[in-house]
Design a binder for this molecule. Structure first.
Ligand code: NAP
Length: 332
């Protein structure tokens, strides 16, 4: 039976476009022992995928031209040739952008759809949730009463960071790109204040007003001028978990900003880049904690679900213009 897959057609210069991707028909190979035949249900689109489209050395190898894009997927078992899995099970793992696929059972894990909607395993209970947990808890090390500022606050990672900051007794201040998003942060997710960076005329002043005691932790998802505005307000011994720089992912040149090293030095600030995989050994601990907070009603979540496998490229491109609230996923 024919399946459909989406491959990288060309490496984008700047923003990805429809021409970056190509749709192809393919045929699945016969199922071998130890393998699963899966049908995709939910597909994750994530900002890091843009980096994998460049032919550069990074923490993950580049996507290859003519090969399927690979990302987080929740899929249903159609047929199992592996012990411990049966037809109808839901699994998650890194898989090709294909309507159906054959995978080695060892590369996926079963999900508990009774705990949360299946798509949450790509967001709150998946890679973005783990990223929020370790970035804040292991690098940010929040203490009650501290002020945590989060850029990209209304997205997949940011929403979780803000809520964990509140659980830890901190003041949470979010920065996001629309009034609808800032209202969501304060009204539904318990942020103490939120700033719309697109309409605020003086962002640094707005950060100062929202953080009367200064900034103890800056969870940086976006970089660029937003980060420049926050970094000016750092307190002595502040921490910066450097999670993402989405404002720069489509840049053709490396922009130069303020030289911040003197500020970091004189205020004894820790700024640490991290990749969630750095914490792989501790994933079970974080997963259990996120699940507990979810069950206790201390964590909640928001998703933007786009219907149709064929809309995967559009959904991915939409991340760079803020078309998502919370986690962006595509439902097959
Ligand atoms: P997301 O926030 O759900 O989606 C991206 C958001 O970024 C958009 O909704 C948009 O929101 C904002 N954005 C896009 N272009 C922007 C720009 N030029 N300036 C400011 N904001 C912009 O994505 P996510 O999955 O939670 O990821 C957030 C960041 O964390 C990304 O940088 C990602 O690469 C990083 N990340 C890192 C790790 C790691 O292991 N270190 C893991 C996961 C994610 P607005 O409407 O607010 O602009």
């Amino acid at each position: 039976m024919d399946i459909q897959q989406i491959v990288l057609r060309s490496r984008p210069q700047g923003e990805p476009t429809a021409g970056t991707f190509a749709f192809e028909k393919s045929v699945l190979p016969p199922l071998q022992p130890g393998e699963l035949h899966l049908k995709g249900q939910y597909y994750s689109v994530d900002p890091y995928m843009r980096g994998r489209m460049n032919d550069v050395k990074s923490y993950a190898p580049p996507f290859q031209i003519g090969q399927p894009i690979v990302g987080g997927v929740v899929a249903e078992v159609v047929e199992s040739a592996a012990t411990g899995f049966q037809k109808g099970d839901l699994v998650t793992g890194r898989m090709p952008w294909a309507t159906e696929m054959i995978v080695t059972a060892k590369t996926v894990k079963k999900i508990d759809a009774a705990l949360a909607p299946a798509s949450y395993y790509l967001g709150l209970l998946g890679m973005p949730g783990l990223t929020a947990y370790f970035g804040l808890m292991a690098i940010g090390r929040p203490k009650p009463g501290e002020t945590v500022v989060i850029s990209g606050a209304a997205g997949a990672v940011g929403l979780v960071v803000g809520q964990i900051a509140k659980i830890q007794g901190c003041r949470a201040v979010g920065i996001a790109g629309s009034d609808e998003k800032t209202a969501m942060l304060t009204d539904r997710f318990g942020f103490d204040a939120a700033i719309n960076y697109k309409t605020e005329k003086n962002l640094s002043q707005a950060v100062g007003a929202a953080c009367p005691l200064g900034v103890d932790i800056y969870f940086d998802n976006v970089g660029g001028e937003i980060s420049d505005a926050v970094i000016a307000h750092l307190n002595f011994h502040a921490r910066i978990p450097l999670c993402g720089q989405i404002s720069l992912y489509n840049s053709k040149e490396i922009p130069t900003g303020p030289r911040i090293q003197t500020m970091l030095l004189t205020r004894s600030v820790l700024m640490q880049g991290f990749i969630v995989g750095d914490f792989q050994d501790r994933f079970p601990e974080a997963f259990a904690q996120l699940g507990t907070w979810l069950r206790e009603g201390k964590l909640t979540y928001e998703q933007t679900i786009i219907d149709g496998f064929e809309n995967l490229p559009r959904a991915l491109m939409g991340l760079f213009s803020g078309q998502n609230k919370g986690k962006m996923v595509v439902r097959a």
